[in-house]
Structure formats: C-alpha cells, structure tokens
Design a binder for this molecule. Sequence first.
Ligand code: AMP
Length: 461
Amino acid sequence: MTTFAELGLAPDILRALDEMGYVTPTPIQEQVIPLALQGGDILGAAQTGTGKTAAFALPLIQRLLPFANTSTSPAKHPIRALILTPTRELAIQVEEAIQAYTKHVPLRSLVVYGGVNINTQIPILKTGVEILVATPGRLLDHVQNKTLMLTQVNTLVLDEADRMLDMGFMPDLKRIVALLPAQRVNMMFSATFPEEIRRLADTILHNPTFIEVARNETAVTVTQVVHPVQHERKRQLLAHLIKSRDLRQVLVFTGTKLGCNRLANELNKAGIHADAIHGDKTQQERIKALDAFKAGTIRVLVATDVAARGLDIEALPLVVNYDLPHNAEDYVHRIGRTGRAGASGEAISLVSESETRYLKDIEKLIGSTLAPVIVPGFEPGVADVPVFQSRPPRSERHGERTERRTSRTHPPTPRDALFDTPYEPSISPRAETTSALVRPAPRKQVAALFRTPVKPDSAGQ
Ligand code: AMP
C-alpha cells in the first residue's frame, strides 16, 4: 500500500497528516498528488467523501513551500492559490482542512463567502494570505472593492464545478478566470460532466489528466437507515439498538460537544461502555479514546464532526447519526467512516421532527430518498413520556417544543427502564439484522409520521 511519504510530500506536510490520523492515501489522492506535484492540470471526477480536498490541497501547499515565509509585510503574502467552491459550507470546510495541512508551514489561508459583512474579511485580506478559498460572488465583490489582487495566482482549483453550474455561477467563474495570470496550474473537480462543464474544462484546463474514482465507493456499500423518533427518546432508542443487536463497535455523531459528553455519560450509566471525543479534548485524550475504541475496550465512541475528521477505523461496521448534521455534506462524511475500502457498513440516523428539514437536504445531496423505518416501541407520533430526571442542556433542546407539547397528555414515568437496567449481554452474540428488529414505516414522508400518530400495532401495515 502506498504511503503519503511515497507520494513525495514534504516532511512538514507529512507531520500534519500524521497528527490528523491520515494513514494511507485514498485512491484519488494516490492518483492526483504525484501529477499535481509536477504541475500538471487535472480534471477529477470525484464526490465529497473520497478525500478530494487533500488530493488538490496537499500538492498545492507543497508547490507553495518555496514562497512560505514569516515576514509581517503583506507584500510577502500575495494570493498565490485560489480555490473556488459553490457553497460557504464547503468553502469553510476546505479552508479548515488547509489550516490543518499547513499547521507546520508559514503559509496563510483565508476563506471568504457571501452572506456575512464584507468588512470583517478586509483586514485579514490586507495582512496578506497565500491561499484563498472563496465562493465566486463574494470573490468578485472583493475584486470590485479592490480589496484583493489576483495577479500572482499560480494555482486555480474549481471544486464541485457542477454545483457551481447548477447554482448559476458560470458567468462569475468566467469573469474570475479572465482576471488570473495565464501561466498557472488548474485543477477542476466535478461529480458529473454535463456538456457545459466539459466546455468549461476545455477553456480552463491545458492538456488535463482525467482522473476518476468510482462513484463514491464508500456510499454504495453503506446501508442507510432512518429511524423517525421523538427527540426525547433518542437515548433510549440508541441503547435499545445497541443492546438488542449486541452492537460492539459503534461510532455515534452528535451535533454539540455538550451533547457528546452527556450521551457518553448516559450510555455508561446504562452499562454501555462509551467515551466522547470533541474539540475540547486534548489530542492525547482523543488518541486514547480512539485506541480503546479500536481495541474494543469501549463499545461506543461519541464524536462531533470536527473531532471525527480524519478518523480511519478499519472495517467500522456502524455509524449512528444521533443528531442529523445541519450541513448535508457532513452526512456523507459521517457515513463514509463505515463501508470503507469496499467493506459493507451501516449508517443509522435517528431523526426527530425538527430534523426532517435536514433530512430533505441530505436526500437532495445524495440523490435518493431514505425510507423511514419505525422501531416498535419508538413510534414517532405516539405521545411520549419524560425520560430524563434532569433537563437536557439548552444546546440539545432545539425542536423540543412541539415534541413536549404532545407529552403532557400522558402520565409522567419517572424512570427510564433501559438506562436504569444494568447491561447484560444478549443471549446470542450474533448481531441481528435491522430487518429482523424493525418494521418498515407506512410509505410516508418522515415529517408526516410525526404529524399522524402511528399506533405501535399499525406500523408497517
Ligand atoms: P473530502 O472528500 O475531501 O471531503 O474528505 C472526506 C473526509 O475524509 C474528510 O473528513 C477528510 O478529513 C478525510 N480524509 C481525507 N483523506 C483521508 C485519508 N487519507 N485518511 C483518512 N481520512 C481522510
């Protein structure tokens, strides 16, 4: 198996990758990095989740190393690489990755996108940045304001070109390209290649090498399941799934650090050995938790998106979205943690009523509808009972209002049977399949399931 060192990357970059837990290059990285290091133009057919960011960012960074300096003079830090993305979310994510990859080299990066006050971006631009990640419209605003110069750009990356086309950025892209020096390296990535994208590639790229990785190798091998459930009952449902299926290695994603800690604590109380990793944990704590998870000493690793970046756990069988990500691309990243390298995997999403809008975004992004599957005893429309002694933290309470309103009609039950019962291994160590435990929901949108109570005995009929 090829290593990053064998691809010819510099020691300072390798150190950053090592710290991020990147061990082996993904197929697209293996193909793109050596070519891009030599300065060849690249046309890449790859989706999010394949590792394409590092594929274009690492060679780009390495080619800028001769210019890296610690001078405080803005003139010493002109924009040398421009990365264009269709959305602010992707722009932020790409720039975060670049920050991590450049941790040990004095190259500066910045992300600029619309929808926020342009004046907050100007002072940083003035100090000088070598790598600029931008959405097209805001970049042109800066050009018009003369708050940045593109005359020294030697590398252009167009990420998710087809989405830029869909979002109507084609005229902006053409205007931007016309402002760049003719002598430059170009890399363009797109998941699809409609006629207009091919024409754009023809005008921007010079003798490009076409690199294609199988259409999201990860996603096709991952079985995706959605369980609609009331927000307050998610913990119970998770514990139920883990215990009834005797799940041994589960990576669980939460939206907040607080939620992450709290869930790990609750699972431990329920006899399910769990640990949490998030941005407030030290690198050492994260490594320790990860090692214990890999070794099987802890059964559940609860993580936030930031902490989970770069996690590569061999043959991870199951990922649970305890909270749905607000950013649909994060969903693809999360489920990409399982089913790696052709192994089959399962991704379970617990979706409360307030999260159905995020589910819609996800379905749009992945291009398919995820059929809701109701777990008996956790019917989403059935009025719930309070299950916590203490109130969950504010950060976890979004969407609870509608869910709690229905709760009042039922008598409160002070104890949570699952969390109060010590863990006992199931009789059969063999994990049962999802279909054996769950019944398909009536053919309805997930949101509708919350509006129409589903009686436990009528689900699936
Ligand atoms: P991307 O397709 O670039 O959005 O990357 C998807 C996810 O995979 C991101 O969270 C990256 O941090 C992570 N990643 C990319 N390359 C590697 C690698 N070689 N090893 C482990 N994780 C990686």
